[in-house]
Design a binder for this molecule. Structure first.
Ligand SMILES: [Fe+2]
Length: 312
């Protein structure tokens, strides 16, 4: 048996009691794009240095405070291709941060997080008095009818080491599901709600009030990217409550299996921050995880988020 044949052999899903694979080793199919024609052109205004394989590239030769239309359209294409982009040493002001975000759409004002000095900016300051809860794989605000399209995060104050952010590519996570799982989840929806996670720290009254603004919402388990048409897996741990239309046991086991996919290292990229860096991610097709390994050191970030559309 050749090495390739052995790897193919290892990819055969070994079913657990109810039919989901319990072993996850073996080769992975890591296609950055799925043959979309938008990616046929090359880049002439920007340079890209891959950080991950299917996800994550550093963009070089760009000043985000002074972007002409042609460069912006290449950055846009690069975001669709790489899903997460990094820009080093940008030293943007808050105002420039917001101005850059506005180029992508209208700004989302977060109903939950304390804002910075202006309402468009969420200031995420973590130290030993305010430990973060973002060390869980998630997609921002999937509990909204129209979840965030993209997030733009600016490094303000970073620990000497640690405090990385990780992202997972949910398109390759979908691609690598066994065919029988793809068939099973095709057409299914899942219910999302903030109550599952953020609700744990809220009073009943606050939950009831916020539920009027953001009631539980159903989104497709397999979502289609509105700009590229690529299919991807759209369930995440803190906000996806259950898979709809299945008996509870079956729904629970399927959800647990699908949530596991974001944890597969081959689908991920990890970024080590310096102050002044910008990371922006397509929040539709990715999940992210803020590694909480630096306490009691301090880590301060500012985020501006762009409104998205209704998943289909
Ligand atoms: Fe987040």
């Amino acid at each position: 048996m050749t090495t390739t044949e052995k790897l193919q052999f290892m990819r055969i899903p070994l079913a657990g009691d109810k039919g989901y694979p319990k072993l996850h080793f073996g080769s992975r199919d890591l296609r950055r794009t799925a043959g979309e024609s938008v990616f046929d052109q090359s880049y002439s205004r920007i340079a890209l240095r891959p950080v991950g394989v299917s996800i994550g590239a550093e963009v070089q030769g760009v000043d985000l405070a002074d972007l002409d239309g042609e460069t912006f359209s290449e950055v846009h294409r690069a975001l669709l291709e790489w899903k997460v982009l990094f820009f080093r040493d940008q030293a943007l002001t808050g105002e420039q941060h917001i101005a850059f975000a506005r180029k992508w759409g209208s700004i989302e004002v977060n109903d939950f997080f304390p804002n910075g000095e202006v309402r468009e900016i969420s200031r995420l300051a973590k130290d030993d008095s305010a430990i973060g809860m973002e060390n869980i794989w998630h997609s921002d605000t999937s509990f909204r009818r129209e979840p965030s399209k993209l997030s733009i995060l600016r490094g303000i104050e970073l620990p000497a080491s640690g405090g990385n952010t990780m992202w997972a590519d949910m398109a390759v996570a979908y691609d690598n599901l066994p065919d029988e799982v793809k068939e099973k989840i095709d057409g299914l929806t899942a219910t999302h709600s903030f109550v599952k996670s953020w609700g744990l720290t809220m009073t009943d009254e606050a939950i009831a009030a916020m539920n009027r603004v953001h009631p539980p919402i159903q989104h497709p388990v397999v979502r289609t990217h509105p700009e590229t048409g690529r299919k991807f897996l759209y369930v995440n741990e803190p906000f996806t409550v259950r898979i709809d239309g299945l008996p509870q046991d079956e729904a629970d086991e399927l959800l647990e299996y699908l949530l596991f996919q974001a944890r597969v290292p081959e689908y991920q990229v990890r970024y080590q921050w310096s102050p002044g860096d910008i990371a922006m991610w397509d929040n539709r097709i990715t999940q992210h995880y803020a590694v909480s390994d630096y306490f009691p050191q301090r880590r301060v970030m500012e985020r501006v988020t762009v409104n998205g559309d209704q998943p289909f």
